[in-house]
Design a protein around this ligand. Sequence first.
Ligand SMILES: [Zn+2]
Length: 122
Amino acid sequence: MNQITDKVLPVCDLCAKPIIEKGGLDINPAVVMDTYIAWHKWEREIEGQMYQTSDMPDLPEHHWRTAHWECTGDDDTYWIEWDRINSPEKAMGWTKHLSGKVWFSHTDWFDLMSRLGYSVYA
Ligand SMILES: [Zn+2]
């Protein structure tokens, strides 16, 4: 039973066709890491100082894609196969795993979970 497709049939962000098999989630960790490094640099610069929200650097939030494996054509992405994240329990496991990555908070992971029908407060 594929619980994601029972709720919301994911669509490939690249070709806009439904992902039924050989698909997954991906993101380019090198690009996200650049944002993390910029954030960390700013944190070091303001260490011990008072600051306002408006002082914070305007850094991008990086988007996880839903995609067919064939459509990505990018070997440098962090890839999660559907069959490894096709239930709320598996998604929770991935959330725990990914939250240990320094770049995790610079991605839209929780928006993605909502798009996939994994609402935290359902
Ligand atoms: Zn596609």
